[in-house]
Design a protein. Structure first.
Length: 303
């Protein structure tokens, strides 16, 4: 009986180890599902940044500057091409906020250049989680090659689906399997899904929060968020924090999903867990911005 128990334990540990390795190899395989992105080779003046699109922005002054790559939600930067006002204004707002705070900022559009209209129900036009992880690892290398960027202070900040991509990219095994540079020095995830992914055929299926996350990671969740339930994040993140993982967890009891999305205030839709309504909260948007920059200054200090 003792032998059987030990054998069963060994098999369980082997299976657990195999699953831990599965994320990296599967995501690396999925990364071939669409061509590489072409990042901007010129800087867009902030005064000309009047609509959200793929762009590179630069602060005033003399570098080297810290840098950030911004990852949008599953709806992308362009919600409706026929309606110029139906675009992702919150992401443009964050891009300008980062530039104002002294960051070279790459606003990444990983959907529209490939013809993808929505990723909310699974992959579209070859845009999978694996492809997106590779996109942002390539974005990190692109930023490091900029002459005015400090290569030791390059961060990724993601929102909703972009926040999930940040989780995956912060996995050591994922980075090693992708074989694309060194990824980011620090990560921030706004209102992510922290549970098990079943996001459509052709996409990665597995735990989104990686056990081997080893870079500083700030996570924001909302108590009124019924699109990506915060309970999953608490169950997954708190034990990791107790084990010493470099995770900072901020929970806002009064925040809904997309609490920073002023132009989507009152937006209602049918979500995976029922009816979803976004409520913009200026106070929490300001607070999360302050905490984000404090976190990045702490974990990406200027030398």
């Amino acid at each position: 009986m003792k032998y059987l128990l030990l054998t069963g334990l060994a098999l369980l540990l082997a299976a657990t180890s195999a699953l831990a390795q599965y994320a990296g190899s599967k995501l690396a395989f999925d990364a071939t599902s669409a061509p590489d992105l072409v990042f901007p080779d010129t800087v867009t003046p902030v005064a000309d940044a009047n609509s959200p699109r793929m762009m590179l922005l630069r602060p005033e002054g003399t570098g080297p500057f810290p840098a950030v790559a911004l990852a949008h939600q599953c709806g992308g930067l362009i919600f409706n091409k026929a309606n110029p006002n139906a675009v992702n204004w919150p992401m443009l707002g964050w891009a300008k906020t980062f530039v104002k705070n002294g960051y070279v900022t790459l606003l990444v559009d990983y959907m529209d250049p490939r013809g993808s209209k929505s990723l909310c129900n699974g992959p579209d036009s070859g845009v999978t989680y694996g492809r997106s992880v590779k996109d942002f690892m390539q974005a990190a290398e692109f930023l490091r090659k900029q002459s005015d960027v400090d290569p030791d202070r390059v961060a990724m900040v993601g929102f909703s689906q972009g926040a999930i991509i940040a989780f995956l990219t912060n996995g050591k095994d994922v980075r090693e399997n992708m074989k694309v540079g060194n990824a980011f020095n620090a990560y921030v995830s706004f209102y992510p899904l922290c549970g098990y992914s079943r996001n459509g055929p052709g996409n990665f299926a597995g735990e989104l929060v990686q056990d081997d996350m080893d870079r500083a990671h700030l996570v924001f969740t909302g108590g009124l968020d019924n699109e990506t339930p915060f309970e999953d994040c608490q169950k997954r993140l708190n034990p990791m924090i107790e084990k010493g993982k470099p995770i900072t967890y901020k929970h806002y009891p009064d925040a809904t999903h997309c609490f920073d999305c002023k132009s989507l205030n009152g937006f209602t839709k049918r979500g995976h867990f029922g009816q979803v309504t976004y409520t913009f909260n200026q106070e929490l948007t300001n607070q999360s911005s302050k905490e984000t920059f404090e976190f990045l200054r702490t974990h990406m200090p200027k030398k």
